[in-house]
Design a protein around this ligand. Structure first.
Ligand code: CA
Ligand code: CA
Length: 703
């Protein structure tokens, strides 16, 4: 999941300048502008129809269902019972049988899209079943491109649309993953909600059109008093905001992450000020609406975290965060921000292509030197990935030849030498079999080829720097993970690594329903059976918050992050987790790779998502604590820790939204919710989807 530098957005230069020199926690009391997170607009606000394709008012129907072996049973007709416009709409009758490898509705008609810059949109009426809606096009080479429509499923008519130059998947044709125009519509696809989904019904489509992006007004500006990078405050502090916009009025409402109001107001479009207090830890949002003749013109969210000041002093040894300083895509202040949230471990990279610019000459370019120096100052503990190709070896492909393998090992040894004192841990490659970062470059990337690379790298690094931790396997993932890990370890030799790493992504599914611990335990057991004794490191796992397939709400990201960390820490053989990743890597609302962050992109001043506060709370409360057990009681889960002072800490939650309680023996001395707020402590504690923490001397789960 580490993207290539070429796909990285540029650092928001303006804000980087703005943020420069503003230390975290600075109290300079002057008004300073900050870009706020733009509210996710519905497709109607994002697109306008530029050319009608079909309003279904003509007598003949040009839309036909596909009847291939992947298609649900489908019939199309013009219907008059429902319509968005005129007298008629397209009625689609579907029957999903369930249990088939693939099953979807696809309806299509002849339609050519001559040039780039357009999108497809239409009105759809369903019963509210959250069917994923997609469009497929073929390009001139016959390559098929599939895109998710931007949709918020609900009963009744709604507009859905997508820009055809947006993120998508592709197969067939010339395989270049480029949309070579003109494109032809292959169909509108209505997918099932899950493999087991079975059912029949009707949905309606009307007013299909080619759409263009609408010009969205962008005049609302927010300034804050004493701007700080990342909008991190201490509980008890207040936020002051001032608004400017081209409209009539502004209206603001501040709430915490539970939806509890902390303030509201309204005033002229320019000059209105908002003030609200953040009395307790948590995540706070001030929603600002610019109002004009046409109602709400613009909506933005100022998001802030209230995190106890002692968080940085209580660093978790278990959890780290993935970053992209190595791709020059993160402002350096992000590192200070991590410290503020109590995270001292970074996983990043120092690519071969940068470090060995001239063959046999090793040096750190500026951007790597800067992040290394900043990590040293902040006493961060980086895990550095040794990764990807070098143009000097094997034609820039996977290092397979003896010369390339030796070249890679030399790069590893020299990188460790150049970073000595700060970097004590390296990981050999990232997602070798999956081909991450290689963009289809040639070479053998099977498990045995990796084993040879790891063995040579291990020997060379350990000979020169015996104290450095070498992590093998490089983040294997997928359905053959356990088997591939075993083969890699067998080829490298079981003693060729201090730890091995895997990437058990499963977003958007919850860790429990997707059997996270069973999967990880299975991989650990397979490695053990193969003779490896090294612990497992989860060097990537995460939940992106993009809109569309695979996306999670910010609230789900937060609770799944904490539950994942708790479950993994309680899994035998797992020593460490690096969450993916610290901040959003781009600004697209619909692209998963732009939305993994625990905080927003630097264009939004790295403002927190709720998950950042939740992970910070986990790190603070579990710091220096040892897991002593994990229990599942029906739909409830409880992870028990022993703290350094002998106290017991229990974290518990339920996977069902129904009311469940946890009974304890002994009354906790203190209890907190997932965001670090104090809760009333008792022997019976109500559970929710969001974990809670209970601490006390001798408390335990009642039988
Ligand atoms: Ca119509
Ligand atoms: Ca193509």
């Amino acid at each position: 999941m580490l993207l290539q530098p070429s796909t990285r957005p540029q650092v928001g230069a303006q804000l980087a300048v703005l943020a420069a020199g503003i230390a975290l926690g600075a109290t300079a009391q002057e008004w300073q502008g900050t870009r706020c997170v733009l509210a996710a607009l519905p497709p109607q606000a994002l697109f306008e129809v530029s050319r009608s394709v079909d309003d279904f008012e003509a007598a003949d129907l040009s839309w036909q269902p596909l009847r291939g072996d992947q298609n649900a049973r489908t019939a199309t007709q013009l219907g008059r019972a429902q319509k968005h416009s005129g007298e008629a709409a397209l009625r689609v009758d579907y029957t999903f049988l369930g249990g088939r490898p693939l099953e979807y509705v696809q309806v299509t008609r002849p339609l050519e899209i001559p040039e780039p810059g357009l999108g497809l949109g239409f009105w759809v009426r369903t019963d509210g079943t959250p069917f994923p809606l997609r469009v497929r096009f073929t390009d001139t080479s016959g390559e098929t491109h599939q895109l998710d429509l931007i949709d918020e499923p609900a009963p009744g008519w709604r507009f859905v649309a997508v820009a055809l130059d947006g993120p998508g998947t592709a197969w067939g044709g010339d395989g270049n993953n480029r949309r070579d125009y003109p494109l032809k519509l292959a169909g509108i696809c209505i997918d099932r909600t899950g493999v087991e989904y079975a059912g029949q019904g009707s949905l309606w489509i009307d007013d299909v059109g080619l759409v263009a992006k609408r010009q969205v007004p962008d005049t609302l500006r927010v300034a804050t008093l004493g701007l700080r990078f990342g909008h991190v405050y201490e509980p008890g502090e207040s936020v002051a905001l001032r608004f400017t916009g081209q409209g009539q009025r502004v209206r603001w409402t501040a709430t915490d992450d539970r939806g509890t109001a902390c303030g509201q107001g309204e005033g002229p479009a320019t000059g209105t000020e908002a003030r609200f207090a953040m009395p307790v830890p948590g995540h706070y949002t001030c929603r600002v609406e610019l109002l004009g003749d046409g109602g709400v013109l613009e909506t933005q969210d100022f998001q802030a975290a209230a995190v106890p000041a002692d968080t940085a002093a209580r660093m978790s040894d278990f959890v780290g965060l993935n970053c992209h300083f190595g791709q020059n895509a993160y402002p350096l202040e992000c590192m200070d921000l991590m410290r503020r949230y109590g995270i001292g471990r970074i996983r990043d990279e120092m690519g071969w292509v940068y470090v060995e610019k001239d063959k046999g000459q090793y040096a750190l370019p500026d951007h790597l030197r800067k992040y290394l120096a900043h990590a040293a100052v902040l006493r961060m503990r980086p895990l550095v990935i040794l990764d990807y190709h070098s143009p000097h070896y094997d034609q820039g492909g996977f290092p397979n030849s003896p010369e390339a393998v030796a070249g890679f090992a030399n790069y590893a040894v020299n990188l460790v030498r150049l970073t000595q004192g700060t970097v004590n841990e390296v990981e050999v490659w990232n997602e070798w079999i999956g081909g991450c970062g290689m963009n289809g470059k040639p070479g053998d990337h099977g498990p045995e080829a990796y084993g040879r690379l790891l063995a040579a790298t291990w020997s060379a690094v350990k000979a020169a720097h015996p104290g450095v931790t070498v992590v093998g396997v490089g983040g294997e993932y997928g359905k053959d993970c356990a088997q591939n890990v075993t083969r890699m370890i067998a080829a490298a030799g079981t003693a060729s690594m201090d730890a091995f790493s895997i990437h058990p992504y499963r977003y958007p599914r919850a860790p429990e329903e997707s059997a996270l611990t069973a999967e990880v335990s299975g991989t650990v057991a397979a490695a053990r059976a193969g003779g490896a004794t090294a612990p497992a490191w989860i060097t990537e796992i995460g939940y992106p918050t993009h809109r569309g397939q695979g996306g999670s709400t910010p609230a789900a990201q937060a609770r799944h992050a904490v539950r994942t960390l708790l479950l993994l820490q309680a899994t035998e053989g797992v020593q460490r987790v690096y969450w993916y990743d610290l901040k959003d890597d781009g600004l697209s609302r619909e692209y998963n790779e732009h939305a993994f962050g625990l905080v927003h992109h630097q264009e939004y001043n790295c403002a927190p998502k709720p998950a950042m506060v939740a992970v910070s709370t986990f790190a603070r409360l579990t710091a220096q604590a040892q897991v002593t057990g994990v229990r599942q009681l029906g739909e409830a889960y409880a992870v028990t820790y022993r703290q350094a002072d002998g106290d017991v800490l229990i974290a518990a939650w339920t996977t069902s939204s129904e009311g469940t309680s946890l009974r304890l023996t002994g009354k906790p001395a203190a209890a907190w919710d997932m965001m670090g707020r104090r809760l009333p402590a008792g022997v019976t504690m109500p559970l929710a989807l969001e974990p809670i923490y209970m601490q006390g001397n001798g408390i335990r789960l009642a039988e």
